[in-house]
Design a protein around this ligand. Structure first.
Ligand code: MLT
Length: 264
C-alpha cells in the first residue's frame, strides 16, 4: 500500500488486528526484511503488524538529499496518525533502532514497548561519519550494486554467507531495489544523528535488546553495556547471526520477540 506522508509517497503494509506493532527496517534494506516475523505473528491473531519503507528505500519516494532520523520518526508518527494508532510497540533493527531512538525523543508517550536489535544509542564518531560520506559518494557514482558488495560482508555472519546463500541473495536484491539517492540521504542522516545515550535512563516502557552473536557492527558486548543502563531491559543473543539477526536466524529471532511480546 502507499500513502502520502510529509509530502512523500511512502509504502507500507498493515495486517491483522490487535496490539499495534511497527517494524523499522535496517540500512539499506526495505520493509520486506520483516516478512518472516510478520507472517509468523499474524498467524497468532493478536497483533496489528505494520511495516514501512523508509523514504528512498523499497517502494517509497524521496525528495531531499538527507534523511535524518527525525524525518524517519516523523514519517512513523504520520503513519500512526493515518492508521488511527495512539500507541505502538516499535521493533527496529540497526538504522531502524536509530530511528526508534529519534521517535522516543520526540514522541515517547506513543511508545508502549520497544524491541531494539543490532543497534546502539551512540552517535557516529568522526571515522564513521567519514565512511558514511564515502558510502553516499559511492552509491551516487557507482550505483546500488557497489553498495551491496561493500555492505554484505559487514552485515552477514560468515556462517550465513557460507550456509545460507539465499539470505545473501535476498539482501543483495533489497539493496539493489533502493534508490541511490535514498541510500546517500540515509547515510548522511545517520552521520548526523544525535547521541541517544541520555534517553536510556528515561525509558520506562518494557524493552528487549537483541544482538546477533557475530554482529561485528554492534556486538553483544556493546548491546549488554547499553542495555544495562535501562531499568529492567531484557537482552537476548541470537546464535550464529551477524548484524541482520532477524533475516539470518528468523526462527530464533521470532521466538525471542514472541516470548517478549507475550510477557507484556
Ligand atoms: C544498518 O544495518 O542499518 C546499518 O548497518 C547501520 C549502520 O551502518 O550503523
Amino acid at each position: 500500500m502507499k500513502t502520502r506522508i510529509n509530502s512523500l509517497e511512502l509504502a507500507y503494509d498493515d495486517h491483522g488486528i490487535g496490539q499495534p506493532l511497527i517494524f523499522l527496517h535496517a540500512f539499506p534494506l526495505n520493509r520486506s526484511m520483516w516478512e518472516y516475523q510478520t507472517r509468523s505473528l499474524l498467524a497468532e491473531q493478536r497483533f496489528r503488524l505494520v511495516t514501512l519503507d523508509w523514504r528512498g528505500f523499497g517502494e517509497s519516494d524521496i525528495a531531499a538529499d538527507i534523511s535524518t532520523m527525525e524525518d524517519f520518526a516523523d514519517d512513523v508518527a504520520g503513519l500512526m496518525a493515518q492508521l488511527g494508532m495512539q500507541q505502538a510497540i516499535l521493533c527496529g533493527l540497526s538504522m531502524g533502532g536509530y530511528a526508534a531512538f529519534a521517535f522516543l525523543r520526540k514522541y515517547s508517550r506513543r511508545v508502549s514497548a520497544l524491541i531494539l536489535a543490532d543497534t546502539k544509542p551512540e552517535a557516529d564518531d568522526a571515522v564513521t561519519q567519514a565512511s558514511r560520506a564515502q558510502v553516499a559518494q559511492l552509491v551516487l557514482s557507482e550505483g546500488t550494486s557497489a553498495i551491496a558488495d561493500q555492505q554484505i560482508p559487514r552485515l552477514l555472519s560468515a556462517y550465513t554467507r557460507e550456509q545460507q546463500p539465499d539470505v545473501e541473495l535476498r539482501v543483495r536484491h533489497m539493496i539493489n531495489g533502493a534508490l541511490a539517492q535514498g541510500i546517500a540521504a540515509a547515510a548522511r542522516g545517520m552521520a548526523q544523528r544525535a547521541d541517544a545515550t541520555d534517553l536510556l535512563a528515561t525509558i520506562d516502557c518494557p524493552m528487549l535488546v537483541i544482538a546477533g552473536e557475530h554482529d561485528s557492527i554492534t556486538p553483544p558486548s556493546m548491546a549488554r553495556s547499553w542495555a544495562e543502563q535501562i531499568a529492567d531491559a531484557q537482552i537476548a543473543v541470537i546464535p550464529r547471526a551477524g548484524h541482520l539477526s532477524n533475516l539470518e536466524q528468523p526462527e530464533a529471532f521470532t521466538t525471542v520477540i514472541h516470548n517478549f511480546l507475550y510477557s507484556l
